[in-house]
Design a protein around this ligand. Structure first.
Ligand code: HDD
Length: 697
């Protein structure tokens, strides 16, 4: 993590004295905190028990309102460094010098659910970054989708009311599959592009470390000469963008509701620091109208094929917070926190956000002094005439107004040396009207482009997601109305959805839009192809060939993967060589959905081993169903055949590799061959394997 922020933060760490006895908030020593002061052993509690009252009162006030959206999240500190100077486009100080590391705090989040909801729900993920730059804090408050559901922020309360749990029964938690959301969607076609993303695998990320981030809006870079350039921001994860499958995501909600939060925390604790590349799409001011969509419309992307993403720097997250409440809960992002060289455009969604974030922090953090909280405090010097208010933590001296002579005129206005923030001098001229621009009216071309760009399996998942969501909608009218809109996107999509939800095929047909943008498919977002931090379960039982396990473990951990041996019970199993073999976890405490791949080592053919354990067989079956790499060695290969999936029959030609389906086998005994290890590693780095025949049971 960038040193300056860490040093500043250290000054605020509560150095709770460990030597010495418990005290009250007033510093009075307490001898006993287990029983209240009472009139006799079985008598009533006395009002004069100040320790009891203080302790309970503090506890009663421990909670603050959760965020109205993005309530559940996980955060981490780290740093950003540019690859080279971006002075040609922006004068932002933190984008000038590759040797300067800027400290950051990032908070990832889900949107719909409350603080206590599960991680792996179908939802947008927030990706908010606070850069503590030497010129003040810059917040890039983005999502893992590049488009938003509405075009004008005045509709935000409507959209959020529609997606949030229904008002009469507060159901569903962390889910969009309900009538009010789809009622809204079916009446508001501008939602469709973001809805396509929401129905895609992007909405169930494997990990916060494996998802893209987008600034969404078109912002403006401004250089030292005052020249503006439109800019869209992209975060690309080094590990690639990877997703769960829906069935798995749902099971994960029960097996580990903290699946994504734990993953981020554990990776950072293990020194596997997640990394993203920051890229920008730049559009010259004179090209503002060069596109067939409006740059100010947040429901549109600029296809990467039209304007390439130019990498400008990298961000590494290398430190977990020490206190969730103090840091991750109290961090306050605001789209209007910009630094010189970064400016807004007239995107009406962004303009609304520039009001909403400051406003929400006032209620959430209880007053106007939240910028003094350690996680929010800039590393740049702060000199204002703002005073007083709830939770004022500073003892200000001097004057508190401008202009003044009594305080020596301080703080004075910045001079004309170019260090102050100056707003881009955009010329504006217009009548006061409440009307959406005609350039914002095409709601179907880009959702069609998204659909056209998907691989077959991605389209399949999108259709299933629509069927699931609309299948939970009680009103057939809403279902049918949504299908009619989908028909404007793509008739095949709409028809496939209609046939799963009991409504008629759509009456309309799509406007023929054949555009595609290959970069939108997960196929194109594989990252560096490494297997770092992938979790591989090795199922072991008495009689297991430990040489095989060791050979695989050594090879995979050398590539940065995590290998865990799972057995029916914790402790040890007897290896084939007669030696005890240490187990990492007991199978009943975990599940296939918590791992990226499974491996079945062999043992003597006459030992029942893994095949005899129903938990283990379920584990393998689930991994296979969810498209995960499945490896088997020696007699372990027979265990896969016990699954009985057509095509996973162990035949002579199957013995080596079935890399295209991610099932990798080798019946030879002894340590795993190079060929096996290469094929299994390749299968792991591909993440998921589609088009497998179904398994029985
Ligand atoms: Fe927002 C939180 C991202 C539109 C109003 N938003 C919030 C967070 C993220 C986003 C990541 C959580 C920040 C954190 O971790 O503390 N929001 C977006 C993106 C949007 C967007 C990418 C569209 C491009 N948001 C949006 C609009 C409005 C808001 C149009 C209102 C007009 N958002 C809020 C908020 C929140 C918030 C009510 C809730 C908690 C908070 O701000 O601090 O002000």
């Amino acid at each position: 993590m960038g040193g300056r922020k860490q040093e500043q933060r250290d000054r605020f760490r509560a150095d709770d004295p460990t030597a010495g006895p418990l005290t009250t908030d007033q510093g009075v020593t307490v001898d006993h905190t287990d029983d209240s002061l009472a009139a006799g052993e079985r008598g009533p509690t006395l009002m004069e028990d100040f320790h009891f009252r203080e302790k309970l009162t503090h506890f009663d006030h421990e909670r603050i309102p959760e965020r109205v959206v993005h309530a559940r999240g996980a955060g981490a500190y780290g740093y950003f460094e540019p690859y080279e100077s971006c002075a040609e486009f922006t004068r932002a100080g933190f984008l000038q010098d590759p040797s300067v590391r800027t400290p950051v705090f990032v908070r990832f989040s889900t949107v719909q659910g409350p603080r206590g909801s599960a991680d792996t729900v179908r939802d947008v993920r927030g990706f908010a970054t606070k850069f503590y730059t030497s010129e003040g804090n810059y917040d890039l408050v983005g999502n893992n989708f590049p488009v938003f559901f509405i075009q004008d922020g005045i509709k935000f309360p409507d959209f959020v009311h529609a997606v949030k749990p229904e008002p009469h029964n507060d159901i569903p938690t962390g889910a969009s599959a309900h009538d009010t959301l789809w009622d809204f969607v079916s009446l508001q076609p501008e939602t469709l592009h973001a809805i396509m993303w929401l129905m895609s695998d992007r909405a169930i990320p494997r990990s916060y470390r494996m998802m893209q981030g987008f600034g969404v809006h078109t912002f403006r870079f401004v250089n030292a000469e005052g020249r503006g350039t439109f800019v869209k921001f992209h975060w690309k994860p080094k590990l690639g963008t990877h997703s769960l499958v829906w069935d798995e995501a749902q099971e994960c909600q029960g097996r580990d509701p903290d699946f994504n939060r734990r993953d981020l925390w554990d990776a950072i604790e293990a020194g596997e620091y997640p990394e993203w590349e920051l890229g920008v799409q730049l559009v010259a001011e004179e090209d503002e109208f060069a596109f067939d969509f409006d740059l100010l419309d947040a429901t549109k992307i600029i296809p990467e094929e039209l304007v390439p993403v130019r990498p400008i720097g990298r961000m590494v997250l290398d430190r977990n917070p020490e206190n969730f409440f103090a840091e991750t809960e109290q961090v306050a992002f605001h789209t209007a926190n910009v630094v010189p060289g970064i400016d807004f455009t007239n995107d009406p969604l962004l303009q609304a956000r520039n009001f909403s974030y400051l406003d929400t922090q006032l209620i959430r953090l209880g007053g106007p002094n939240f910028a003094q909280l350690p996680v929010n405090r800039p590393v740049a010097d702060v000199r204002t005439n703002q005073r007083d208010g709830y939770h004022q933590g500073a003892i200000h001296g001097g004057t508190n107004y401008f202009p003044n002579s009594l305080g020596g005129g301080c703080p004075a206005h910045a001079g004309v040396d170019g260090s102050a923030y100056t707003h881009y001098a955009e010329r504006v001229d217009g009548a006061k009207i409440r009307r959406r621009s005609a350039s914002f009216q095409d709601h179907y071309s880009q959702p069609a482009m998204f659909w056209n760009s998907m691989a077959d399996w991605e389209q399949e998942h999108i259709v299933s997601a629509f069927r699931f969501e609309l299948g939970k909608v009680g009103s057939k009218t809403i279902r049918a109305r949504t299908v009619e809109h989908l028909a404007q996107v793509n008739t095949d999509l709409a028809t496939r959805v209609a046939r799963g939800i009991g409504v008629a095929d759509p009456s309309g047909t799509q406007a023929a839009d054949k555009q595609s943008s290959p970069a939108l498919s997960l196929r194109e977002q594989r990252g560096d192809g490494s297997i770092r931090t992938r979790q591989i379960a090795v199922l072991v039982a008495d009689g297991v060939d430990t040489e095989q396990i060791t050979s695989v473990r050594d090879a995979l951990t050398a590539g940065g993967a995590i290998v865990e041996a799972l057995a029916p019970a914790d402790g040890t199993v007897d290896g084939a060589d007669g030696e005890p073999f240490e187990v990492d976890r007991a199978l009943p405490t975990v599940a296939s959905v918590l791992y990226d791949a499974v491996l079945l080592p062999g043992g003597p053919a006459d030992t029942p081993g893994t095949a005899a354990d129903p938990d283990a067989m379920r584990f393998v079956r689930d991994a296979y169903r969810h498209g995960k790499p499945v490896g088997a060695l020696g007699s372990g290969v027979g265990v896969i055949s016990a699954l009985g999936p057509e095509g996973v029959r162990v035949s002579a030609e199957f013995h080596r590799t079935v890399a295209d389906r991610g099932v990798v086998t080798d019946t030879s005994p002894g340590p795993a061959s190079e060929e096996f290890l290469t094929a299994f590693t390749t299968a792991l780095s591909a993440h998921r394997h589609w088009g497998r025949p179904p398994v029985h049971g």
